[in-house]
Design a protein around this ligand. Structure first.
Ligand SMILES: [Zn+2]
Length: 116
């Protein structure tokens, strides 16, 4: 098992399905595949107490916690709504060969839901 089969990737725009941030959307800042969790911008904010150091005065800093991938849904850029995705194989001419690649597409409208 060398390939990650997460349905969510870095920089995706996702919607949160449950928890205190239910309904929020944000960008995926990072994925932790081994834990099936992701860090989403502005979601699951946790307060961290910082000691004063060279970087600043310290105090309470808010930082994103992690969200389980099953609680996230990709937002389709066309439907502009959280959607289920499927993987579709596309072909592209590459010189004399045809390259196959898989992209996630929206189950509702069929639009490619990959962020470039
Ligand atoms: Zn769609």
């Amino acid at each position: 098992m060398s390939t990650r089969k997460t349905h969510i990737k870095d920089n995706d725009l996702v919607s949160v399905l449950s928890g205190k941030d239910k309904g929020k959307t944000g960008r995926v800042l990072g994925i932790i595949p081994s834990k099936n969790r992701a860090v989403v911008e502005g979601v699951q904010m946790i307060k961290q107490h910082m000691r004063p150091n060279q970087m600043g005065q310290g105090g309470v800093v808010e930082k994103e916690g992690t969200v389980h991938l099953s609680n996230l849904k990709l937002v389709c850029p066309k439907c502009n709504a959280p959607t289920r995705t499927k993987r579709q194989v596309f072909e592209r001419e590459a010189g004399t060969r045809t390259k196959k690649y898989r992209l996630r597409v929206c189950k509702k409208c069929g639009a490619v839901a990959e962020q470039e």
